[in-house]
Ligand binder design. Sequence first.
Ligand SMILES: C[S@@+](CC[C@H](N)C(=O)[O-])C[C@H]1O[C@@H](n2cnc3c(N)ncnc32)[C@H](O)[C@@H]1O
Length: 241
Amino acid sequence: MAQLRGRDRARYVARMFTRISRRYDLMNTVMTAGRHYAWRHRACRLAVGSLSGPALDVAAGTCDFAFDLARIPAVTRVAALDFAPAMLRVAARKARRQGLSHAVDLVAGDAHTLPFADDTFICATVGFGVRNFIDQTLAIRELARVVRPGGRVAVLEIVRTDEEGAWGRAFPRLFGSVAPALGAVFAGEREAYTYLPESVDGFASALQLASLMEDAGLRIIANRRVWMRSVALLVAQKPEN
Ligand SMILES: C[S@@+](CC[C@H](N)C(=O)[O-])C[C@H]1O[C@@H](n2cnc3c(N)ncnc32)[C@H](O)[C@@H]1O
């Protein structure tokens, strides 16, 4: 996987999420001891703040982020976009079970070319998606484009920690051995959960991710770290006109 670039990498990622779609939620719970739900709740609160109107979740997958947004009374409607239809099919079943089908529009599409007009949403969220994008600069610019002035972009992502002391250096080695083993046992998918730590190795630190967001014209308003500092929660605001 490490050698794949551009469209080949995007195809590989889409096929991988198609394969693991039915085990994806279980694996998140196993790998984070169930903490991933709380991280998205927190990100949603920070993303919406005191705004009201429609919200967007990109790389929505099985839509836990989108459903959290939809439960916030100030959020009038949620668009949840992903390029793996199999993930959205799991999301559609969950939406019916949770009584949220009316509030969330599932959209098959690519994060690099969002099918929405400029300044549409009060906020855009991305949970564990940016690392998978083939052009992170372009995708973050797209998020900034579709958010209203004064609106917010929230990114939750596993980041590189290798320059952050002993634990930071130890984490990638630990993650690189534990994730594939858990993937093999709980999802029958060693390959996908080998890709996961590899994709973090090739990704950004929290500081670099914040810079990408600032380069897209956004201003960082919250910068938090959870799960032994390996997961960053960054929230940024689009300047008012
Ligand atoms: C790790 S999952 C995250 C799902 C969900 N956001 C969450 O918080 O659990 C990453 C998702 O990003 C989607 N994805 C990756 N690249 C994408 C792209 N270029 N456009 C749209 N979706 C993409 C994958 O299909 C997958 O569903």
